[in-house]
Write a protein that binds this ligand. Structure first.
Ligand code: NAP
Length: 278
């Protein structure tokens, strides 16, 4: 197939490496000329350009730009593509993107390859990033069935485990396991920094070890990404935060009332039930 990839960073670049390895011809588009040159040098794309009209002959386009640019990129593409061309995206939040993009292009299929690293840009692109990782496809009632099948087959060829669900279900599930943990981790760091006694704070920082490292890791990540999660997945994230707040209240109550049996029951339950998330 002739495959277009717009946004040659971590996700777009990694997709290019693997899809090219599967025998497809990759037409890359990125914002910077230097990124396009590097994409060809690194084997991410056969051809790369800063002009979106270079995608006029492709069969499918993956939009791998930052999330805030996805729908405007679809809008730009509409002047250059034949109606049978599939447009898909890789955005980490689906509902607002699908709402806008399905109006712009009938043959739009939402997707989310759930793999990544802490790095960004073309140099971060790597082979086999999506192997054994979930690839979620989020069609609507109107999404052409054949286009879903084509995207599923491409995702399977990356070695991904393909899941299909509605955009709303995707966003709530991702809020629980990805966006809520970021906000909890941020709150943990901020709460510790709220300690007024400088001696205690300083000692806490010296004592912090693997437990704190694990629980604070995602709170020390890219601030723009964190804001993006909250902006684009507001409703689902607020629902998850409310559930978390109730849980914190329950634990606080157990400790306040010295209900040690209840606290132990809760800890035993979470010890047992953690593994399905792993
Ligand atoms: P990234 O490494 O920063 O890559 C995005 C690339 O898009 C940049 O390298 C930039 O390339 C290019 N770009 C920016 N504006 C553009 C424009 N107007 N037109 C064309 N290209 C443009 O980010 P990423 O992590 O790959 O994320 C990309 C998408 O993947 C996001 O929608 C995100 O939600 C989704 N996603 C991310 C992860 C993750 O863990 N990072 C996981 C799954 C999905 P230049 O060098 O040319 O400026």
């Amino acid at each position: 197939m002739k495959i277009g990839i717009i946004g040659l960073g971590l996700i777009g670049g990694s997709l290019g490496l693997d899809l090219r390895n599967c025998g497809h011809t990759i037409y890359g588009v990125s914002r910077k000329e230097s990124t396009c040159q590097r994409a060809v040098e690194r084997g991410v794309a056969d051809y790369a350009s800063i002009n979106i009209n270079s995608l006029a002959t492709v069969d499918i386009v993956f939009i791998c730009t930052p999330i805030g640019l996805i729908s405007q990129t679809v809008q730009q593409l509409t002047s250059y593509l034949k109606p049978e061309v599939i447009i898909t995206d890789v955005g980490s939040v689906k509902t607002p993107i699908i709402e806008e993009c399905k109006r712009l292009w009938n043959n739009f299929v939402g997707g989310h390859p759930m793999a990544g690293t802490a790095e960004q840009g073309i140099e971060a692109a790597q082979k086999n990033l999506f192997k054994n990782a979930p690839y979620v496809i989020t069609p609507t009632e109107a999404t052409p069935k054949n286009s879903i099948i084509i995207l599923e087959d491409l995702a399977k060829s990356l070695g991904s485990n393909v899941y299909t669900c509605s955009p709303e279900i995707h966003d709530q599930a991702v809020a629980w396991i990805s966006h809520l943990p970021v906000m909890i981790s941020v709150s943990l760091i901020a709460a510790c920094l709220g300690e007024k006694d400088k001696t205690i704070l300083n000692l806490a920082q010296q004592f912090a070890s693997s437990g704190f490292r694990d629980t604070s890791r995602v709170g020390g990540g890219n601030p723009e990404l964190g804001v993006m999660m909250a902006q684009y997945n507001k409703t689902a994230l607020l629902h998850a935060l409310e559930g978390y707040r109730q849980q914190l209240d329950e634990i606080t109550d157990h400790i306040n009332k010295e209900q040690w049996d209840s606290l132990e029951k809760l800890l035993r339950m979470t010890q047992k039930e953690r593994s399905p998330f792993m």
